[in-house]
Design a protein around this ligand. Structure first.
Ligand SMILES: Nc1ncnc2c1ncn2[C@@H]1O[C@H](COP(=O)(O)OP(=O)(O)OP(=O)(O)O)[C@@H](O)[C@H]1O
Ligand SMILES: [Mg+2]
Length: 274
């Protein structure tokens, strides 16, 4: 279902995918995928289990390379052949498992593998930089000397997002950033996504949670069975229409229950588990 990008008139386009295909043996995980992300735009990517969301993230983060199709980054055609190549371009990914070291402190995790001085660790500079970064994100972290193990899920997500920003990326990809979080922590992470938008980053947020998508995304791109199945401006689309695009039906159990409850949101809460 080819569609004109409806992104952010005026904001420069950061990323444009066209005709992206990726198969694993006989399984076609992505077929003819399009995706556009502009500066300062939050694009939610939604879809049922197996729709291809994680595969798309992995193509963009250099974990998998696409079999065919084009990726333009800031108007230039690029190949993303490795995670290092993605980072070098300015695409940072916060994977769902966050990949933080529980026994290390916040500051150690932030700078793991990229200690400020190439010759020696400058603990003071790293600590100052950590505070600056967390303050810019309005993050609620008690101390940068706290071990990760002592932080809440939302605080960990914050640290992982902060770490992704150290390379000064143009695009930040968040894979299910709120899936494991409670209400207050979810609100904190959604605030963080808004900070990223204010700072001009393009954000791609994978999500199962329609309330989160409605709360924070500018656009929502629906994948279904490895294909594009909708590209909506969030303010113009109902939760039911998004769900219909996800399930491939305009009348289905989920949307009927949703309509019956008259909330348009309730049942999506129950499909959050991923
Ligand atoms: N490394 C792999 N090898 C073989 N098949 C894979 C591999 N990764 C993904 N697939 C297949 O590709 C399809 C898309 O999977 P993907 O993980 O991208 O879906 P998803 O949208 O992220 O789903 P979920 O919501 O369950 O995380 C599925 O059929 C999956 O089984
Ligand atoms: Mg996935």
């Amino acid at each position: 279902m080819p569609s004109e990008p409806i992104a952010a008139a005026g904001s420069p386009q950061l990323l444009s995918l066209r005709g992206i295909n990726k198969s694993f043996g006989a399984v076609a995980a992505l077929m003819d995928i399009e995706l556009d992300v502009a500066e300062g735009e939050v694009v939610a990517v939604v879809g049922d289990n197996g729709a291809g969301k994680s595969t798309l993230v992995k193509v963009l983060s250099g974990v998998h390379s696409a079999d065919s199709g084009t990726i333009a980054f800031e108007g230039r055609e690029v190949t993303i052949s490795s995670p290092a190549a993605a980072q070098h371009l300015g695409i940072a990914t916060v994977f769902q498992d966050l990949a933080l070291c529980d026994n290390l402190t916040v500051v150690d995790n932030l700078f793991l593998g990229r200690e400020i001085s190439p010759l020696r660790l400058n603990e003071v500079d790293m600590e100052v930089r950590s505070w600056e970064l967390l303050r810019q994100l309005s993050a609620k972290i008690p101390s940068v000397r706290t071990p990760i193990a002592a932080l809440s899920g939302g605080q960990r997500q914050t640290v992982a997002i902060a770490r992704s920003l150290l390379g000064d990326p143009k695009i930040v990809i968040l894979d299910e950033p709120t899936a494991a979080l409670g209400v207050a922590q979810t609100a904190e992470v959604l605030n963080l996504v808004e900070r990223l938008r204010e700072r001009g980053h393009g954000v791609i947020m994978i999500s199962h949670n329609m309330a989160d998508v409605k709360a924070v995304a500018d656009r929502v791109v629906v994948l279904r069975l490895g294909r594009n199945n909708g590209d909506f401006r969030v303010r113009d689309v109902s939760t039911e229409d998004i769900i219909a695009a996800i399930t491939g039906a305009t009348d289905n159990v989920v949307s009927r229950r949703s309509a019956a409850r008259g909330t348009g949101q309730g049942p999506t809460q129950e499909t959050d588990a991923s």
